[in-house]
Ligand binder design. Structure first.
Ligand SMILES: Nc1ncnc2c1ncn2[C@@H]1O[C@H](COP(=O)(O)OP(=O)(O)OP(=O)(O)O)[C@@H](O)[C@H]1O
Length: 312
């Protein structure tokens, strides 16, 4: 087990190639599905999408624990994230969903006093190894936040920002158009690229933030409750967009909205906060499986209670 204490800006630059990993499939927990009681829920996962397969994992977490100062917020999370899949993390408030999400691109490094133990491998490479550059990690593994956070700049400059920081000087017009098209926003903004991004609606701003993320060509997009500040129409647009993005990107999303997890994701992780012998609460992964299984025949009673609304 590795043990790492991180603070911002301590890592040296590193341009290691990403190792490809071919390992045995890992995954679901719990009883055989035929033995499980049904919750009676239906799942409307996009039938065009392939069945989730973990044989080509992007991330492998083993006994991942995270502490803030002396408080261990998340304990011993082990899970595998499949390539070009949408993985949802659900669970009651404070169970550590965002904390785990932030480990995928080392955003927790930016919170002083955060301590990460256990292992998180990205294509087989230890993401927290001393020679890994967190800036490069965050370029490959982008993040979209709960509240749309465009820069107070033009629509064009918001999208061009990341590529410019990465030294791109030519072909920016094409990059901007491609990213806005990829985020299903181009048609709405193509005639006002020089206007302020802050003049867009909340839903448009969130798609702009997705466009800004994909403009630097990441492999993974992390989303922390990306629709919680949006109305149902804007939410539906983002969900449609996520289905399109999953053809190209691996997506991990934290959501409080169980229907959303059921609609969009291939696999779902259910976390909860357990109280230990000392009376302290720690976030734990209760169950991780295909979304259809989690929402129809979960293995654990706590999952069933949560998704049927009897807990949390
Ligand atoms: N920066 C921080 N410093 C100290 N404690 C923190 C910090 N961030 C989160 N925590 C604590 O860690 C635990 C897990 O928080 P986290 O935000 O990861 O949970 P969550 O499941 O995403 O919650 P929510 O659904 O309410 O957003 C909580 O007890 C929280 O108070």
């Amino acid at each position: 087990m590795t043990e790492t204490t991180r603070s911002a800006g301590t890592q040296a630059a590193n341009n290691q190639p990403v190792a490809s990993v071919t390992g045995p499939a890992t995954g679901g927990t719990g009883a055989p599905r035929s033995d499980r009681p049904s919750t009676g829920r239906t799942v409307h996962r996009d039938a065009r999408r392939e069945a989730p397969d973990l044989s080509d994992p992007v991330f492998e977490l083993a006994d991942l624990s995270v502490s803030y100062g002396g408080y261990q917020a998340v304990r011993d999370v082990t899970m595998t994230i499949g390539r070009r899949q949408i993985t949802a993390m659900i669970g009651p408030s404070g169970c550590g969903k965002s904390t785990v999400l932030r480990c995928f691109n080392r955003m927790n490094d930016l919170i002083p006093g955060t301590r990460v133990t256990g292992k998180i491998a990205y294509h087989g490479q230890d993401l927290y190894a001393d020679d890994v550059d967190p800036i490069e990690v965050r370029r490959r593994i982008g993040m979209v936040f709960q509240k749309p956070n465009p820069f107070p700049k033009s629509i064009y400059d918001n999208i061009a920002y990341g590529p410019r920081v990465n030294g791109v000087r030519k072909g920016l017009d094409d990059i901007v158009e491609e990213a806005l098209t990829g985020a299903a926003l181009w048609d709405e903004v193509k005639d006002k690229l020089k206007d302020s991004a802050l003049a867009l609606s909340g839903g448009q701003q969130q798609r702009l933030c997705i466009a800004r993320t994909i403009a630097v060509k990441p492999e993974v997009i992390l989303m922390d409750e990306p629709c919680s500040a949006l109305d149902p129409i804007a939410t539906a647009k983002i969900e449609d967009l996520m289905h399109q993005l999953a053809a190209t990107y691996t997506i991990v999303i934290v959501t409080h909205n169980m229907q959303q997890a059921a609609r969009i994701s291939d696999r779902t992780a259910f976390l909860t906060a357990d109280v230990d012998e000392a009376g302290e609460r720690h976030g734990r992964l209760v169950e991780y499986d295909e979304t259809t299984t989690i929402f129809t025949t979960p293995a654990d009673k706590r999952t069933e209670a949560y998704i049927t609304g009897r807990f949390g």
